[in-house]
Design a binder for this molecule. Sequence first.
Ligand SMILES: NC(=O)C1=CN([C@@H]2O[C@H](COP(=O)(O)OP(=O)(O)OC[C@H]3O[C@@H](n4cnc5c(N)ncnc54)[C@H](OP(=O)(O)O)[C@@H]3O)[C@@H](O)[C@H]2O)C=CC1
Ligand SMILES: O=C(O)CCC(=O)C(=O)O
Ligand SMILES: [Mg+2]
Length: 414
Amino acid sequence: MPEVAGQPITMKDGCLTVPDTPVVPFIEGDGTGPDIWRTSKRVLDAAVEKAYGGSKQIAWLEVLAGQKAFDQTGEWLPDATLDAFREYLVGIKGPLTTPVGGGIRSLNVALRQILDLYVCLRPVQYFAGVPSPVKQPELTDMVIFRENSEDIYAGIEFENGSDDCDKLKTLLSEAFPDRWKKVRFPDTVGLGIKPVSQEGTARLVKAAIQYAIDNDKESVTLVHKGNIMKFTEGGFRDWGYECAKEQFGATEIDGGPWCSFKSPKSDKEIIVKDVIADAMLQQILTRPAEYDVIATLNLNGDYISDALAACVGGIGIAPGGNINYDSGHAIFEATHGTAPKYADQDKVNPGSVTLSGEMMLRYLGWTEAADLIIKGLNGAIAAKTVTYDFERLMEGATLLKCSEFGDAIIKHMN
Ligand SMILES: NC(=O)C1=CN([C@@H]2O[C@H](COP(=O)(O)OP(=O)(O)OC[C@H]3O[C@@H](n4cnc5c(N)ncnc54)[C@H](OP(=O)(O)O)[C@@H]3O)[C@@H](O)[C@H]2O)C=CC1
Ligand SMILES: O=C(O)CCC(=O)C(=O)O
Ligand SMILES: [Mg+2]
């Protein structure tokens, strides 16, 4: 049961209908999750209260996942949690632990895949005053569209020595003897499969281009490693261009493959281009102004998200949302993980989850409340009242706890 009575958010004819008291399921998260969530929830509630004077309110509904779920129910991701996200459409979560090597597969990835939240949307923007390792962090202003349902994250892996792995090895060596010979150490190799499809690529790229139109952006860049993985990452590039041409009427520039089209909204030219991922990762440091909207595959998107977050001051203020633009389902969450060494110390920066909440409010159309969060965050940073991650790099700053940083954000909403 939610803390206050509320109604579900619904989707009709491609538009969300948001009641004044929407039920929003949340997962607190593992590690530092509870500290961050407690603070973020307070900031979100304060922004909504201030923006709407009590006429709107979120009816929070806690749902379980991760360690807390396992301790209480014996399951890591109970069906009741999935049912709540299905029913109430829009939710938010703290980070969840994934063990390396063995153990459970990622619950974070499972949520995205089960609910088919195919876009991982991660805006990367600079907040004035945040300490950054680059000289002109304000030049980094990008929005990542990371494909969320395919690639090696689909989790089709075979452990060396397992019966399934042996079966696949036999199958491959018999069906494709010449290609199998290229496997350098066949007796000890583990195998993984990387599915990348035209449909999966097209829906992601379509969403990225639509975002560029809606937000008056100059370019969309397809980031891939198609020179090496020709039929998966190369396919992503080719299908991405195909989508730009077929869905948006783009035509090739100077013989292609770059292409462009006139934005139906602003009449300005939007360029669709591509870059190989390793080159892109050096250019985000040397020529960040050349990138705007990024459309990329799942693993590239994971690496690029953390690298770009570092450029604008770190993972402490790197928000995101996992969205299915067709069904309306969305779960907002930070780019960072559980940072377990800081668990229960009320220490880390709550900014990433708070800003994920800000994205959620904007997604619901509650822009006044979302704007207040940005105002509050800007004010707290300008006053140099910040958590340890910023304080250790800022001259003359006051060190705040996680919860105190929340108080500072709320104070600066005024
Ligand atoms: N979506 C999700 O739920 C995600 C979950 N994970 C999971 O989280 C676990 C831990 O992953 P790990 O690789 O350590 O990565 P984390 O992102 O959890 O932490 C790495 C480092 O980032 C910094 N950091 C992280 N969060 C914050 C914050 N809120 N404020 C300030 N600094 C922060 C800290 O740096 P410093 O040490 O310099 O202070 C921390 O040591 C793993 O199980 C992983 O699978 C990882 C990513 C996403
Ligand atoms: O699921 C995890 O544990 C890691 C996920 C991750 O790194 C991400 O979504 O960026
Ligand atoms: Mg990651």
